[in-house]
Design a protein around this ligand. Structure first.
Ligand code: SAM
Length: 246
């Protein structure tokens, strides 16, 4: 007798469900951490390819947007392999990196102090930092509200936050071009070059986690930030959210 076959259950660390569904809640936290552990060795190379080398320029714009004094104490939240930390050190600041992926931290190319920690519960004293940068991680967090509140806690009053992430262009032509690259070419490159092709299907799909700009600003404001701004770069394919801790 034959009947409909149940879909195979995803492995304990698969980031996308069998039907391409995005994980939620604690399942997401575990799957995202495992995914970054797997892609860590090739992460920097893929990052440069996917961003067509523009990620360096986006990071420079992000650091400039913080308007820091020399020697500022800056938390590189979800630091990955430490790109922001290197830029911050070069600019004369004192970064500390935090990330929950041991794999990413293990291949980080930086002399910056690094701590393995979840952005939702940082092992950091209140008011410890002058600023926070966060690169391409907002969509990976389980709960943005919790992370923004935790960020406000570890920033001193007047401290600045700048979060950079992918976005979907609002103009139709740019959105179509973005889709060809991120939903067509990037998964293909992932299949050819990465040890975890699934991760490069997750990457474009995960922008769906991000609320619209106005909702991001509202979340930041309700977490205790003022002077909040949202801007896009590179035809709307990248977004930068900034604010100042009250
Ligand atoms: C796309 S990578 C970006 C890394 C780096 N910021 C950059 O700009 O290249 C996202 C990073 O966020 C980290 N991450 C995701 N969720 C996290 C969480 N809840 N706490 C800490 N790190 C997290 C991942 O381990 C990964 O290193």
């Amino acid at each position: 007798m034959s009947g409909p076959r149940p879909s195979p259950a995803p492995g304990p660390t698969a980031v996308l469900g069998p039907d391409g569904a995005l994980p939620q809640g604690d399942t997401k936290r575990v799957a995202v951490e495992a995914m970054f552990d797997r892609v860590a060795p090739g992460y920097d190379r893929m990052n440069r390819i996917i961003s067509l080398g523009l990620d360096r320029r986006w990071r420079r714009t992000t650091v400039t947007a913080l308007g820091l004094q020399p020697g500022a104490r800056v938390l590189d939240l979800a630091c990955g392999t430490g790109d922001f930390s290197r830029d911050l050190t070069a600019a004369g600041h004192r970064p500390v990196g935090a990330d929950f992926s041991a794999g990413m931290l293990a291949v980080a190319r930086t002399a910056t102090p690094l701590v393995r920690a979840d952005a939702a519960a940082l092992p950091v004293a209140d008011d410890a930092f002058d600023a926070i940068v966060c690169g391409f991680a907002l969509r990976n967090f389980v709960d943005l509200d919790t992370v923004f509140r935790e960020s406000a806690r570890v920033l001193r009053p007047g401290g600045r936050i700048a979060a950079l992430d992918a976005a979907v262009p609002s103009r139709a032509l740019l959105r179509a071009g973005n889709a060809v690259w991120f939903r067509g070419a990037v998964p293909l490159l992932g299949r050819l070059l990465s040890r975890d092709p699934d991760a490069y299907r997750y990457l474009p799909a995960s922008t769906a986690y991000l609320p619209p700009a106005a909702a991001l600003i509202d979340l930041l404001a309700s977490a205790g930030f003022v002077d909040t701004h949202h801007r896009t770069m590179t035809g709307g394919s990248v977004q930068l959210l900034t604010g100042t801790r009250t």
